[in-house]
Design a protein around this ligand. Structure first.
Ligand code: UD1
Ligand code: CA
Length: 459
């Protein structure tokens, strides 16, 4: 295998998106379009990846960071002009150069690999990835001669009525012999309806120079969807969602209503997991076997252990152990670590806290900045009073402690191992291990007092 280079075209403003956000940063299934493209490119072996950026360049660079080299296209004069900006890095290199648009998020590495193999097998100077489109409007059309060889590409706006009836489209993905690409680019003009330097013109130029041009037609039109506006963005989202969901279903995940289940591309899910409708799993979450999620749950950047159930709840940036029960209506905020066999019940919010093995926080609690040991029972309405208006403080509840209902634990405070806190207590001093702490007003019963009250109310 010779040298391989890739250029991602991402400098267009994306005016048709009508957005403050740079076009290629719009997410599809939670991941920016350009990141989808770069991830797929990284699966084929490359010597170098260069992204052409323009308007909003810093944001793309901030996002992709070290994953790519960058060149700036100051003015967006067309896709050919964009490729020309990589001359300083690539023009004198020998090898194959892949060019991919940053707005084709559905393109897969398998198709890129097929394209490269085809290009190399044919010994072509340029190979276009084409597709058959039911509705080709907007795309460049592949014009072939009477023997079926590719002659050139004509842009929709420049095409004649007859050319517009061609259904084979240019997907905007190509393989070039690098030296021939840069030579031909110097001959590309902007004499067309849009006044732009078109990269596809390189095909016609090489053909006229009698060089070998080839086309590889992908059987999957969906892969070539170019996202120019928000209608196409929603179509890309739908297709990507379907692709991801089918991948998991084929791996042994039950998705009860795939149209209503949203899983990000980098989520890993084990076997015999069931996902109920209205659930979203995003970020880099890892879900182990036999987990049940939903209905209506959101899980973001979490690791979820085997056999855990999460119902109608939200969990973010946290670690949840095995056989844990969460919900309904629980909120697990970042930096939570729930150990195996624990329970986080309805209307419980947990933040920056660890909850030990087998511990229960079953109802109506706020547990923030806390270290809860194993075998602990936090009664209904237990609140960690973690914030004094300036700083957050830690609450520690050691193993096997029992906190009665409606208790306030004013941090910093520690309840020792095996201790009891009576219901309704407000605890602001440490409770020793095995002690019983009662911190509430004493109850006084005044016998027969009710009749006196009633007497004052007679008129
Ligand atoms: C382009 C192709 C068309 C193809 C279609 C596939 C050209 C002239 N046309 O059309 O044949 O069918 O893609 O989706 O190439 N960009 C730059 N700098 C520029 C202009 C564009 O970096 O000066 C980038 C854009 O950010 C985008 C990509 O190139 O990622 C394609 O540009 P876009 O304007 O979307 O081209 P299309 O009209 O879709
Ligand atoms: Ca496009």
């Amino acid at each position: 295998m010779g040298n391989r280079y890739a250029i991602v075209l991402a400098a267009g403003q994306g005016t048709r998106m009508k957005s403050k956000l740079y076009k290629v940063l719009h997410p599809v299934c939670g991941k920016p379009m350009v990141q989808h493209v770069v991830d797929q490119l990284n699966r084929v072996q490359l010597n170098e990846l260069i992204t052409v950026v323009g308007f909003g360049a810093e944001k793309v660079q901030d996002h992709l960071g070290e994953q790519s080299h960058y060149v700036i296209q100051e003015e967006q004069l067309g896709t050919g002009h964009a490729v020309l900006q990589t001359s300083d890095i690539l023009a004198d290199k020998q090898g194959t150069t892949l060019v991919v648009c940053g707005d084709t998020p559905l393109l897969t590495s398998e198709t890129l690999q097929h394209l490269l193999d085809h290009h190399e097998k044919e010994g072509a100077k340029a190979t276009i990835l084409t597709a058959h489109a039911e509705n080709p409007a907007g795309y460049g059309r592949v014009v072939r001669n009477s023997s079926g060889d590719v002659e050139r590409i004509v842009e929709h706006k420049d095409a004649t009525g007859e050319e517009r009836s061609i259904q084979e489209i240019n997907t905007g993905t190509y393989c070039f012999d690098n030296a021939f690409l840069f030579n031909a680019l110097n001959s590309v003009s902007n004499d067309n309806v849009q006044g732009e330097y078109y990269l596809p013109d390189v095909i016609g130029i090489l053909k006229q120079e009698q060089e070998k041009i080839s086309a590889y037609q992908t059987p999957e039109f969906t892969e070539s969807l170019g996202v120019n506006d928000r209608v196409a963005l929603s179509q890309a989202e739908k297709m990507m969602k379907q692709r991801i969901n089918e991948h998991h279903m084929k791996n042994g995940v039950t998705i009860v209503d795939p149209d209503n289940t949203y899983i990000a591309p980098d989520v890993e899910i084990g076997q015999d997991v069931t996902i109920h409708p209205g659930s979203m799993i995003d970020g880099v979450s890892v879900i182990q076997d036999d987990v049940t999620i939903g209905p209506h749950s959101t899980i973001s950047n979490c690791d979820i252990g085997t056999g855990t159930e999460i119902t109608q709840s939200v969990a973010r940036d946290s670690q949840i152990g095995a056989r844990v029960y969460i919900g309904p209506y629980a909120h697990i905020r970042p930096q939570v670590n729930v150990d195996d066999d624990a329970k986080i019940g309805n209307f419980v919010e947990v933040k920056k806290a660890s909850v030990g093995k087998g511990s229960k926080v079953s109802h109506l609690s706020y547990i923030g900045d806390a270290s809860i040991g194993s075998g602990v029972n936090l009664g209904c309405g237990t609140i960690t009073v973690n914030y004094d208006g300036h700083n957050k403080h830690l609450t520690t509840v050691e193993d096997d402690a029992f906190i009665g209902c409606n208790s306030n634990l004013i941090a910093p405070v520690t309840v020792g191992k095996g201790a009891y806190v009576a219901a309704g207590s407000t605890i602001n001093k440490d409770v020793p291990a095995e002690a019983l702490s009662i911190a509430r007003a004493r109850q006084t019963n005044k016998e027969g007092y009710a009749s006196k009250i009633k007497a004052t109310k007679k008129d």
